[in-house]
Design a protein around this ligand. Structure first.
Ligand code: HEM
Length: 468
């Protein structure tokens, strides 16, 4: 009997010998002089003004693999789901996260899961997976409802309600409970300082001076990181001592089947990253949903009917079965991906879509552009949640046509958590409020870090129920 492994290897060799020779690799197109942008920062300001417009211009000028170079960086933009898929699947392990994300958020979120690579990332992800099992998610959901009810208690009727800052505060309050399990030793004033420290870290992504210089975004973030570390280390011994169902305690106690656990440093680093990863993304998604529901009363009513059919504190399974809300969430994530672009660095020579990508190249995986390409979506700029319905499933036009949570080994580990949090918030809003937004309103986005509405996203909010 031939050894099956040897037989398979022989078969592979025969196939390789018979395969037509690989086509020679193309070079990434030369950047046109008019696309050089400003000295040093290149096209940064063009990106900040309108990322999608820049992505579109690049696609039209160069196609799926577009040069984006400045005096400091050798970059390539990947446009369209084929190119994005190749980079995110990372078949030959040529792309690393740490050197790319590290340049943007590194000192403040170092050793967070997204900033780890290859075997180390795999090891940490296996442990962290234990914090996101269905049982755990179900426990977080139960805890979330009272935190949301309390956070929303102060909201009243207001013709110019600023939805974005209110939701940001709400998701911070939820995080204090679900992630931290409360912070009994910390006064309200001290907690505000911690929140500010956290926000300083998040905002560092848009810093132009990338060093510890006082008063700059990075300077503030360096100090912020210290505040966060001190805060978490203060509570660490108590969290290690007693297992509770907040994420901080869970990270202290989880272990894999092989008995692997997080060290104290790991717990602190993962906590800081997790809070960052969960916070702005969920806030942006919720506020986008509020905008579209305010502009499309028929959808708001449809979602409200489903919300009223359930109690005020639905279980995880009930939330997952809210069909209309799910369609609205997917469509909102499509039109405004909270993370519009992912970054990688080639750590060895590789190729994307037949183009040579030398080691050292920074690549930008342009998720948001895939979401609005006419090749994959009908009337892509129109809010049409039904496109995700079982009859249409436009997102199936390509495996990476809709990729708000990324793909490959770094795909968002919190995507189910995010769905539960966002839906729990909107569920309660639908039961207690009606709201409208001007049909022609377009949120003026600040794109320095993740895209948020600069005007706070005013809505006309009318209270219609009493914490039901
Ligand atoms: C709507 C909300 C969210 C969106 C759109 C989102 C999006 C993403 C994306 C695009 C990535 C991939 C980054 C990359 O490949 O470079 C990612 C990774 C990650 N996300 Fe989320 N996220 C959301 C909510 C959350 C929440 C609620 C948590 C935690 C509770 C979380 C934790 C993480 C972590 C830990 C990673 C790194 C995973 C890894 O590298 O293995 N995210 N997220």
């Amino acid at each position: 009997m031939p050894d099956p492994e040897e037989a398979a290897m022989a078969q592979t060799m025969i196939e390789a010998a018979e395969a037509p020779p690989a086509a020679p690799l193309l070079e990434v197109p030369e950047q046109r002089p008019e696309d050089r942008g400003l000295p040093l920062v290149g096209r940064l300001f063009e990106f900040i003004a309108d990322p999608l417009a820049l992505m579109r211009r690049q696609w039209e000028a160069y196609g799926a693999v577009a040069p984006l170079k400045s005096r400091l960086d050798e970059g390539v933009m990947l446009l369209g789901p084929d190119a994005c898929e190749e980079a995110l699947r990372n078949k030959d392990k040529a792309f690393a996260n740490e050197p790319a994300w590290g340049k943007i958020v590194g000192p403040f979120f170092h050793r967070g899961l997204m900033l780890m690579d290859f075997d180390e990332h795999h090891g940490h992800r296996r442990i962290m997976q234990e914090a996101f099992t269905r049982d755990r998610l179900s426990a977080y959901t139960e805890r979330m409802h009272p935190a949301i009810a309390e956070g929303m208690a102060g909201w009243g009727t207001d013709a110019k309600f600023k939805a974005y800052p209110a939701l940001k505060q709400l998701t911070l309050d939820i995080a204090a409970d679900i992630f931290m399990g409360g912070a009994a030793d910390t006064s309200r004033k001290e907690m505000d300082r911690v929140n500010k420290a956290f926000i300083a870290c998040v905002q560092a992504a848009a810093g132009i001076v990338r060093a510890d210089v006082p008063m700059t975004r990075w300077g503030k973030a360096y100090r912020g990181r210290h505040v966060l570390e001190d805060f978490l280390r203060h509570y660490l011994p108590a969290k290690r001592a007693t297992a509770t169902d907040d994420i901080f305690s869970v990270l202290c106690h989880i272990e894999t089947e092989d008995g692997e656990r997080f060290s104290d440093d790991d717990v602190v680093n993962h906590m800081i990253f997790l809070m960052m990863a969960a916070h702005d993304t969920s806030t942006i998604t919720t506020s986008t949903m509020m905008q579209f529901l305010g502009q499309h009363p028929e959808w708001q009513e449809r979602c409200r009917e489903e919300a009223l059919a359930l109690g005020p504190e639905p279980t995880m399974a009930e939330l997952e079965a809210l069909q209309s809300l799910d369609l609205v969430m997917k469509e909102s994530l499509r039109l405004r991906a909270p993370v519009p672009l992912l970054v990688r660095r080639a750590v060895r020579d590789t190729a994307i879509q037949g183009h040579r990508i030398p080691a050292g190249t920074d690549v930008m995986v342009c998720v948001q552009f895939s979401h609005v390409m006419e090749e994959y979506w009908t009337n892509p700029m129109v809010f049409d949640p039904e496109r995700f319905s079982p009859e249409r499933r436009e997102d199936r036009s390509h495996r990476y046509a809709w990729e708000p949570f990324g793909g490959g080994v770094h795909k968002c580990i919190g995507l189910y958590f995010a769905g539960l949090e966002v839906k729990s918030i909107v569920h309660r809003l639908l039961r207690n409020y009606h709201w409208t937004v001007e049909p022609g309103y377009r949120a003026p986005l600040d794109n320095h870090s993740l895209p948020f509405p600069k005007d706070g996203q005013p809505i006309n909010l009318v209270r219609s129920g009493s914490n039901r």
